[in-house]
Structure formats: C-alpha cells, structure tokens
Design a protein around this ligand. Structure first.
Ligand code: CMP
Length: 138
C-alpha cells in the first residue's frame, strides 16, 4: 500500500558499480519495487524527460550526462513515497545532503548526483508513465 514515486539510478552510480548498494538502501528504507528497467537514454530522450529544465544553463550538459551510460528506472511504493524518497536521497547538491543519504554517500557532483526522485505525486505519475507501460508494472 501507499503512494508511488519514480526514481533513476543515474549514469555515475551505475558506472561506479553502486546500483546494488543503492537498491539495498531503497529496500531497507521500506520501499517496494513496483517496476524496474535497465536502459540507456539517447540525448533526445533525456531532453524530453528533463524538458521542464530546458531553459536552465545546465540543460545541455544534463542531457549529455544522462545519456553517457546506462540508467536504472524504478517505480517505488511506500506511504508518502515522494517525500519519504526525497528524505532518503538528500539534497540535489551532495555537499548539502544530510549524512547517511544516498546522495551524500554516492553522488559525485550536483549534476552526477547518483539518483533522481520525483518532486510531486503528479510528476511521479508522469515520469513513471514516461518509462513504463501498464504491463511493466506490478
Ligand atoms: P534531478 O533531481 O534528477 O533533477 C534535475 C537534475 O539536473 C538534477 O537532479 C541534477 O542532475 C541536475 N542539476 C541540477 N542542478 C544543477 C546544476 N546547478 N548544475 C548541473 N546540474 C544540475
């Protein structure tokens, strides 16, 4: 039971071999994996996913980075999933992330920050639908 959030294990964390450790932290924090997919984004698909950021100065770099290596897309369920997951991952900037958070432990920089987490229930539904059909979710 509970609500859902959408997450990605990003290229830096995948390439560093941290996917398993991150999934372990996610499960130990009480999230249930409802969908999971290993894939590699093209810059165009990354650009579409992050379209809300297209006016930001870091948008071009972000699209290049997100398509530089595989990612793992996840739909996660827990009571109050969006907020609980944002607590688990910590601040976008790992230098500002609290001790014990996924980004504090695994992120390399504000861009290569190990994981993505949706910022609202509405965006969680949109982002989950971007990656998964109804037949790829339990
Ligand atoms: P995420 O939570 O996935 O949402 C947008 C992403 O843009 C963010 O994580 C980072 O990967 C990246 N990002 C955010 N702010 C910056 C920044 N100031 N410079 C570079 N990348 C950023």
């Amino acid at each position: 039971a509970g609500s859902i959030t959408f997450s990605m294990i990003k290229p830096d964390a995948y390439s560093a071999g941290n996917s398993g450790a991150i999934l372990k932290m996610i499960e130990e924090a009480g999230f249930t994996i409802k969908a999971m997919k290993l894939t590699k984004l093209t810059p165009e698909v990354a650009g579409k996913f992050y379209e809300v950021h297209k006016e930001r100065p870091f948008y071009g770099e972000l699209c290049a980075y997100m398509s530089s290596a595989p990612i793992i897309a996840l739909v996660l369920q827990k009571a109050n999933a969006v907020e609980e997951f944002r607590k688990l991952i910590g601040a976008t900037d790992p230098t500002k992330a609290a001790d014990g958070t996924i980004r504090k432990i695994f992120a390399k920089s504000i861009e290569a920050n190990a994981v993505h987490g949706s910022d609202s229930d509405e965006n969680a539904a949109i982002e989950a639908g971007f990656f998964f059909s109804q037949f790829e979710r339990v």
